[in-house]
Ligand binder design. Structure first.
Ligand code: ADP
Length: 508
């Protein structure tokens, strides 16, 4: 309020007049009180105004004394008292204005940092920052562009859909880190403005938002009318702080994202470990069960042979059972050995040689046909000229695994077809296929069946024995040969597994 200092000036003048004090009276210093008061509360304008008023009111006392006594030390002192209040008022007022502006800038910087550190999205925070800057700089508009690339930069406080022109001042500032000032935005070809012409110039400043790592964006400010040097300096200072705050916010967000991703990955890995742990526990119980079944049979039949004298026909049947169970045991132990080799990261040992595919198919089909009377086995002789080099034992294990699955997963019996031919969809590869018309596999389970310990539950095959390892071993063996294994399956219709191996001229 300027009224109170004004009243005080009036009081001092009245006292000086009533007491008829001379121009050098000590009472004249009382003028400094309202002057400084006005300067402190109203800034340079208030301080200057009251100071000038005090000087003017003191003039009727000081000037006649000069006229009367000439330039004595007393009258000079009186003359000084004319200008002193103006000077003191202006000076104090200017200092107060300066500190107020500084305080406003500091609180704007704090507000900017608070907004950028807030929980919302970066877009919202930037819009808030732009508004904060606009109010602090008393500007018509403040827009922000954050990012190093014009196409991907985020824009704040600009109309939706705005594209930053590659020839614009903002693009220039972003590319060079240099400020661009425009005396009139409407007439400046560097700034693609859609403003209608007006007599009042529209000043504009495009300032870099700089951080320790370079230019991280641009701050564009528009003012209507004159732009003081102090305002420009303030805008530059705020752009500097805003640049650092934006970079900090981006780093924090990146860190937050990184931490989130990390915790997601750790969670996924922990879940996977838990699954594996669970699978291993189940696996152990399945393995013990799988081993116990043939062992019980071996013990039972061998005891029978040892203790009783059986007719040759019955004894032979017992020996066939013994042999079958011993083979099953051998297969399980073989699978476990392969598994431990794969888990230890040791390559599967292969001894490739030329393969007679027809002999392989015929032998296996006969073997399975003898054991599984419910199924009809068929094999198609391979195309003449088809040649393959592979580890015969590995190929035999793959074939047996696929055949035993074909039988296991078609519990009502049915046809099992085996064939070998050039793979039409994989030039240079030979395919060995085993097809059944069993229970099939649901499409969503197909990618998983080649993983270890994975078994697809099906009511009709719940009793089927298995470790969930066969297909993962077929896959590992095929890959060790430079090949692969593929499957087509339809639930209720059947499955077709194909082992694809490189033709004869491939190197192992
Ligand atoms: P296992 O037969 O010991 O369970 P595999 O690794 O050989 O393990 O097979 C994994 C799973 O894939 C089986 O449990 C079964 O659910 C499914 N599967 C494999 N072959 C067939 C097939 N021919 N028909 C239907 N399902 C099959």
């Amino acid at each position: 309020m300027i009224v109170l200092p004004l009243l005080l000036v009036a009081v001092v003048t009245t006292v000086m007049t009533l007491t008829d004090q001379g121009s050098a009276s000590v009472l004249r210093h009382l003028y400094l009180v309202p002057t400084l008061w006005a300067g402190l509360t109203q800034g340079a304008i208030g301080g200057g105004l009251i100071g000038a008023l005090a000087g003017l009111l003191h003039a009727p006392v000081a000037l006649p004394a000069v006229e009367r006594d000439g330039l004595t030390s007393q009258t000079l002192d009186g003359l000084l008292s004319l200008g002193l209040p103006v000077l003191a008022g202006l000076l104090v007022g200017l200092l107060v204005d300066g500190s107020r502006a500084r305080a406003a800038r500091l609180s704007a910087v704090l507000a900017i940092q608070r907004r950028l550190a807030g929980p919302g999205s970066l877009e919202d925070a930037l819009a808030g920052v732009a508004e904060e800057l606009r109010v602090t700089l008393r500007a018509r508009r403040v827009a922000l562009l954050v990012g190093n690339d014009l196409r991907t930069a985020r824009l704040a406080s600009v109309p939706v859909g705005t594209l930053v022109d590659a020839d614009s001042a903002a693009a220039f500032t972003l590319a060079t880190g240099q400020a661009v000032a425009s005396a009139d935005l409407r007439a400046d070809p560097r700034i693609a403005a859609s403003e209608p012409p007006s007599p009042t110039p529209l000043r504009a400043l495009s300032l870099p938002l700089a951080s320790g790592v370079g230019v991280v964006g641009v701050m564009a400010v528009e003012w209507t009318g004159e732009l003081s040097r102090a305002t420009r300096a303030a805008a530059e200072e705020l752009a500097l702080h805003a640049g650092l705050a934006v970079e900090n916010a981006r780093l924090t967000m990146r860190q937050r994202r990184f931490a989130d991703e990390l915790s997601e990955k750790v969670e996924a890995a922990t879940a996977r470990l838990r699954e594996l742990d669970q699978a291993k526990t189940e696996f152990l119980s399945v393995v013990s069960h799988e081993l116990r079944t043939p062992l019980t049979a071996l013990q039972g039949f061998s005891e029978l042979l040892l203790r009783s004298v059986l007719p040759p026909e019955k004894a032979h049947r017992c020996l066939v059972y013994l042999h079958t169970e011993a083979c099953a045991l051998g297969r399980i132990v073989g699978e476990l050995l392969d598994l431990s080799r794969i888990e230890a990261g040791r390559p599967l040992e292969l001894r490739p040689e030329s393969i007679d595919l027809d002999e392989l198919m015929e032998r296996n089909v006969e073997l399975f046909a003898a054991e599984h009377r419910q199924h009809r086995f068929r094999w198609t002789p391979s195309v003449p000229g088809i040649a393959l080099r592979a580890d015969p034992d590995a190929l035999d294990r793959m074939m047996k695994n696929l055949l035993s699955n074909a039988v296991k997963y078609s519990p009502r019996g049915g046809a099992v077809c085996v064939s070998a031919s050039p793979a039409l969809d994989h030039p240079g590869m030979v395919e060995v296929a085993v097809e059944d018309d069993g229970v099939g596999i649901p499409a969503d389970q197909l990618p998983r069946i080649f993983e270890r310990y994975v078994r697809v539950p099906h009511p009709e095959t719940a009793a089927a024995r298995g470790l969930g390892l066969g297909l993962s071993l077929v896959k590992a063996l095929a890959e060790a040969h430079g090949g692969r294994v593929e499957v087509d399956s339809l639930p209720g219709k059947g499955s077709r597994f194909r082992v694809l191996l490189p033709g004869l001229d491939a190197h192992f």
